[in-house]
Write a protein that binds this ligand. Structure first.
Ligand SMILES: [Ca+2]
Ligand SMILES: [Ca+2]
Length: 444
């Protein structure tokens, strides 16, 4: 019998679903300086990892070990030595009863530069590939089919086929929304279309009735910072992240829609209660401005909207999105220009909205969910952010409207997108060629 009484007690606690169980076990406490490397080592061993419960019989000895220094005191000497911080912002420190790491990772399929995913009501998964292919994955078998009829995309740089989401009434109207990059001569911009998804035999299907409902304005040169992540809210409003296209100043220019978070009706028209609606034109679409390259957007259980964005050299941000606010780019940042050119910090401009959490060095955030499932009871309410440069899954814990990194799980590959499955499993897409679709489930 391998189960200890402690493990049984832990299981009982998990079943009763306390989010914030306090345990006298410093061994499970997180320190940013050590936990990512440790997790990466474990996860690199095998594509399927079984974690040992953190409170296995060895745990009672742990209080004597100096393994887990409190986060703030540990950081203080580093702050004195150099100005850069590992993470920013105050936040709660809680210990939860859960295995460490709290999931096993199972590869389900391999795709070519996958970028985003969305579950259909039947449990199959739509996955975009950056080169313009829309896939349909049977996650039970790993079989991968193709949805034809996707418009031609401008593939290159950071651009190509982008996000895919379902209309909230997909079950009755079969509508999906896609973002992708189009080229006009030497200039580029993201567009959003809606289409009807007709499913065929196997895992194949076709798009019909493709209708353009939004486009970045103006189109500009270069193939970076399109952002073009999509989300629907509970009121059937469509949200689009629109990056600064690496042109900086347009993020503050209300004549265009670059560097903004966009809020639209599901037909692409601007809602009359948008904050700048009276200004008309592109401004009517805008909910917030001063964004750089937001690649993740998600609502929490209270309906608050959170979005992260990549900083320049340092200063990745997690922002609480508030109606009509200016988030400061490129006038303020917690990072510097590439090569070290300084940018004033958010603290110098209290009229701009400062991030609730930020990262230097960068994590390069891409994709985000705020977990609401039942499979991982201790995850509920936490954000899970994919990390490109950090090759990690970054977990953020909220306390009302404050947020702070809580754990970081090394994945050994750049993580492009995160999704929550219908049964509460967490799904990840690795970035690049031969990017795997990974399913995360509780160990044991
Ligand atoms: Ca998604
Ligand atoms: Ca900012």
């Amino acid at each position: 019998m391998r189960l200890s009484l402690t493990a049984l007690a832990c299981s009982a606690l998990l079943l009763t679903a306390c989010d914030d169980v306090i345990v006298e076990n410093p061994a499970v406490e997180y320190t940013p300086e050590t936990a990512p490397a440790a997790a990466a080592t474990r996860l690199a061993v095998s594509p399927r990892i079984r974690a040992q419960p953190a409170d296995a019989p060895a745990a009672p000895a742990a209080p004597a070990a100096p393994a887990a220094a409190p986060r703030t005191p540990a950081r203080a000497p580093a702050l004195a030595a150099e100005p850069q911080r590992v993470t920013g912002g105050p936040g709660p420190r809680r210990r939860v009863v859960e295995p460490d790491p709290p999931f096993v990772s199972t590869p389900v399929a391999t795709l070519n530069e996958p970028w985003a995913m969305a579950f259909l009501p039947d449990g199959r998964l739509l996955v975009t590939e950056k080169n313009g292919t829309l896939r349909l994955v049977n996650v039970a078998t790993g079989q991968v089919g193709t949805i034809t009829g996707v418009p031609r995309v401008a593939y290159g740089g950071q651009g190509g086929l982008g996000d895919v989401i379902l209309h909230p009434q997909f079950a009755s109207n079969r509508r999906i929304y896609l973002s992708y990059v189009e080229q006009s001569g030497a200039i580029y911009g993201a567009v959003v279309v809606r289409a009807q998804l007709d499913l065929g035999s196997g895992n194949n299907g076709n798009l019909t009735g493709i209708t353009r409902i939004w486009e970045q304005a103006p189109k500009v040169s270069g193939q970076g910072h399109f952002s073009h992540r999509l989300a629907f809210d509970a009121n059937r409003k469509l949200w689009i992240t629109s990056g600064d296209r690496q042109k900086f100043d347009p993020a503050q220019d209300m004549g265009g829609n670059l560097g903004k978070l966009i809020r639209l009706n599901d037909d692409g028209t601007a809602p009359s209660d948008n904050p700048f609606y009276a200004q008309g034109g592109n401004a009517a679409q805008v909910w917030t401005l001063g964004h750089r390259n937001p690649l993740g957007i998600a609502f929490d259980a209270e309906g608050r909207l959170w979005s992260h964005e990549m900083g320049p050299e340092g200063g990745d941000e997690l922002n609480l999105i508030l109606r009509g606010r200016n988030y400061g780019w490129p006038l303020v940042s917690e990072g510097n220009h590439y090569g070290g050119g300084p940018i004033p910090r958010h603290s110098t401009r209290p009229d701009f909205e400062a991030p609730k959490e930020w990262w230097t060095p960068v994590i390069a955030p891409a994709g985000m969910i705020i977990y609401s499932g039942n499979l991982f009871r201790t995850f509920r309410g936490d954000a899970f952010i994919g990390g490109l440069a950090s090759q990690a899954l970054v977990r953020v814990r909220f306390n009302g409207t404050s947020a702070s990194e809580y754990r970081r799980y090394g994945m050994g590959r750049r993580i492009r997108d995160v999704e929550q499955g219908p049964d509460g499993a967490i799904w990840l897409l690795e970035d690049g060629g031969n990017g795997r679709l990974l399913k995360l489930t509780p160990p044991g």
